[in-house]
Design a protein. Structure first.
Length: 256
């Protein structure tokens, strides 16, 4: 009868166990470092994508701020003229003249930036990806200003303009305005650019002195809020320019 003998298994010494442990440790460590490096590269890539997107938004915002400033400078003389037009209404046969009033009615002043990249950075938790503390601080300064002082100024001009409209609703006849609206609706170009609207007079039918004074003052009030908004626009332009420079320098992005 054949007898099977179990092969002898040589016992490993400490050195062999240590070498196996070292190889496993090195493999795990290298894998950890490789994953950390891959994550680091991915984070830096995401960071640059966010900054590139923010840079383009800041350029667009800045262009809109300058457009709003130009509109304020364009409208201020018309606001002065409308104040005199209503204050001395009898001299103008109680007609709010088209050449002064139409631009005020048809020129939209406000620009309200929505800050999509900054909002996405915050909501996704990816603000942590931005390593440069000066960039982070300037982003927070810009967002705080836009949502705070600038937002208040924007709301102010909106309310002041609506007050002018409400008083015109109450005191004026809209026959000519209505006819010009029909003409505007037939011209597609005007629908995209209200500033190109046909001019229209507004006959003042309520001649109560107190109401006329309120309408006249509403034009001055509008001008005052425009001044406050212009200050906000210039501050927004300044902060945006500083942030644009920081991002362009730090991330080597073109600032055309």
């Amino acid at each position: 009868m054949e007898v099977h003998h179990h092969p002898k298994v040589e016992k490993k010494n400490f050195k062999e166990y240590f070498l196996e442990f070292l190889m496993i440790f090195l493999a795990v460590t290298m894998g950890f470092f490789a994953e950390a490096f891959r994550e680091h590269v991915g984070d830096r890539s995401k960071e640059k994508e966010y900054m590139s997107s923010l840079l383009e938004e800041l350029k667009y915002d800045t262009a809109q701020y300058h457009t709003a400033l130009n509109k304020i400078n364009f409208l201020n003389p018309f606001l002065d003229s409308c104040y005199i037009n209503v204050k001395e209404a009898s001299r103008f046969n109680y007609v709010l003249l088209a050449k002064w009033n139409t631009p005020i009615n048809e020129t939209g002043l406000g620009y309200n930036p929505t800050l999509p990249t900054i909002e996405q950075l915050k909501s996704s938790g990816n603000l942590r990806l931005i390593e440069n503390r000066f960039v982070v601080a300037k982003i927070m300064e810009y967002e705080t200003f836009i949502h705070g002082v600038y937002g208040h100024n924007y709301e102010g001009i909106d309310n002041a303009t609506n007050k002018v409209f409400a008083l015109e609703d109450e005191l004026c006849d809209y026959t000519d305005f209505n006819a010009k609206l029909d003409e505007n609706m037939r011209h597609v170009a005007v629908q995209f650019s209200p500033e190109s609207s046909e001019l229209y007079d507004m006959k003042i039918v309520i001649k109560n002195p107190e109401k006329l004074n309120a309408l006249a003052n509403s034009f001055v009030n509008c001008k005052a809020y425009n001044y406050g908004y212009a200050t906000g626009l210039n501050t927004a332009i300044k902060i945006a320019a500083e942030l644009i420079k920081l991002i362009s320098d730090k991330y080597h992005l073109k600032n055309d």
